[in-house]
Design a protein around this ligand. Structure first.
Ligand SMILES: Cc1cc2nc3c(=O)[nH]c(=O)nc-3n(C[C@H](O)[C@H](O)[C@H](O)COP(=O)(O)OP(=O)(O)OC[C@H]3O[C@@H](n4cnc5c(N)ncnc54)[C@H](O)[C@@H]3O)c2cc1C
Ligand code: FES
Length: 408
């Protein structure tokens, strides 16, 4: 009896191991990396002496910076354009559908960046001649970078960007094969990459996209999604419009618990991806929680700093977003900043460069130490206890509420 249990345990452990190996072998460059490791092991190499070889292998798969050129600009909707970017250097690195790159721009001398999800399927990046990433950008009223991208960028223009990053993607080992994507507005961008990735690879995954938009003439990838839903039994599409014109006959309103259960039935055994503006993400999370979906089955993509930090809990009532404070950068200089502007943005506008990627409080790259004064850290700052204790803050989501002195 105990033998048969241990045999079946061995078999399932072996199967799990095989599945993991198969997944890894699909990653471009993985098998070659393993071969090189084996060859080094045979010669009894001391890996510490070959450190540079390993880091070179990693850098080939995931370079720190990509050099990109706009090959095409596609007007998707009145408010949205897709920028098709090709590499001017090495072949574009692989990525998981749902990941983003941080795009660097120089706007009238201000060096800044914004993260954008890659909206094309990973299969389109590998062609050495024509491989590309699509970035799909929705105009934000008064937005610094979106106004520049949508109104000034032309074919041929060059940019640098980070390699693909982020954890918002389907993990077959943990997320199962019944996926529901709740997208709002520009959240359609990673949704397209994920859906096409599932369908192009013929994966046995059931995928339901519930896509909320304000206006029916501003639905990104509407035709693509409709055609795919027509063609594939395992892809279902529900469109929801919150501000319909008179006579609109589709679903209207918000992605609330009632609508979700109405279109997908039971939430049992399903993994939910949520991507849209932060208030949309928070609303969807609340609705899913009210339906009994556990946190581990809800994957939420971040979406930048809070738009109106003064509305958040613990905002000091004595300051308003329009107030100005003095920011001293130890050993480098000082400038005046608006309280309501993320510290990273005001640093960049005043010529200071701080490494960054997610611009949403997640990756920690933009950490600066607050030596004197106070900053407001919203919940998305996700500061480690030690950071809080020693005064470090994520400048991308930190708001200076008094004069401050920082070090980085
Ligand atoms: C991981 C990640 C992936 C992203 N992917 C995409 C994507 O694929 N497509 C895309 O279009 N965007 C995406 N974004 C958002 C993007 O990074 C920028 O935040 C957005 O384009 C606005 O930049 P901006 O410089 O124009 O606005 P900013 O100048 O940074 O903002 C100015 C003001 O505009 C308002 N504002 C800013 N952002 C928003 C918003 N999203 N909704 C409403 N009001 C806003 C606020 O009042 C803000 O104070 C993503 C963000 C993250 C973190
Ligand atoms: S840029 Fe990622 S935490 Fe600030």
């Amino acid at each position: 009896m105990s033998n048969s249990i241990s045999n079946s345990n061995n078999t399932s452990a072996k199967n799990a191991g095989n599945a993991k190996t198969n997944i890894l072998e699909n990653i471009v460059g993985y098998s070659e990396g393993v071969e090189r490791k084996r060859a080094r092991e045979k010669t009894g190499s001391d890996f510490s002496q070959e450190k540079w070889k390993t880091s070179n292998d990693i850098a080939k798969l995931h370079p720190k910076r990509l050099q990109l050129k706009v090959a095409e600009v596609i007007q998707d909707t009145p408010s949205t354009k897709t920028f098709r970017l090709v590499s001017t250097g090495a072949i574009l690195p692989p990525f998981q559908a749902g990941q983003y790159i941080n795009l660097y721009v120089n706007i009238n001398g201000v060096e800044t960046a914004r993260p954008y999800a890659i909206s094309s399927c990973p299969t389109h990046r590998a062609d050495p001649e024509n491989g590309y990433y699509d970035l799909t950008v929705k105009l934000v009223d008064g937005g610094f970078v979106t106004n520049y991208l949508l109104h000034n960028v032309e074919v041929g223009q060059q940019f640098s960007a980070t390699s693909p990053m982020g954890t918002f993607y389907h993990n077959p080992l943990f997320h199962g094969d019944k996926l529901v994507f709740l997208a709002g507005g520009s959240g359609g961008a990673p949704a397209r990459a994920m859906i096409e990735s599932v369908l192009n690879r013929g994966l046995k995954i059931d995928f339901h996209l519930i896509y909320g938009n304000s206006y029916e003439n501003d639905v990104i990838f509407e035709d693509t999604f409709r055609e795919l839903a027509e063609k594939h039994d395992n892809f279902h599409l529900t469109e929801v419009i919150s501000r319909p014109t008179e006579g609109y006959s589709g679903r209207t309103g918000h992605l609330n618990a009632e609508l979700i259960t109405d279109v997908i039935g039971s939430v049992e055994g399903k993994t939910f991806y949520v991507c849209g503006p932060t208030p949309f993400n928070e609303f969807c999370e609340d609705q899913l929680t009210s339906l009994g979906v556990q946190g581990k089955h809800i994957r939420i993509e971040c979406n930048g700093p809070p738009k109106t930090p003064s509305c958040l809990e613990n905002w000091p009532s004595v300051v308003s977003e329009q107030d100005e404070v003095r920011v001293k950068v130890q050993g480098k200089g000082e400038f005046i900043a608006k309280v309501g502007e993320p510290l990273l943005n005001s640093l960049e506008r005043n010529g200071y460069t701080v490494e960054n990627a997610c611009r949403s409080g997640e990756c920690s790259l933009c950490r600066v130490k607050v030596i004197e004064g106070e900053v407001f850290n919203p919940p998305e700052a996700r500061l480690r206890k030690s950071d809080e204790t020693f005064g470090w803050t994520h400048s991308c989501v930190a708001f200076p509420t008094t004069d401050i002195e920082i070090l980085y």
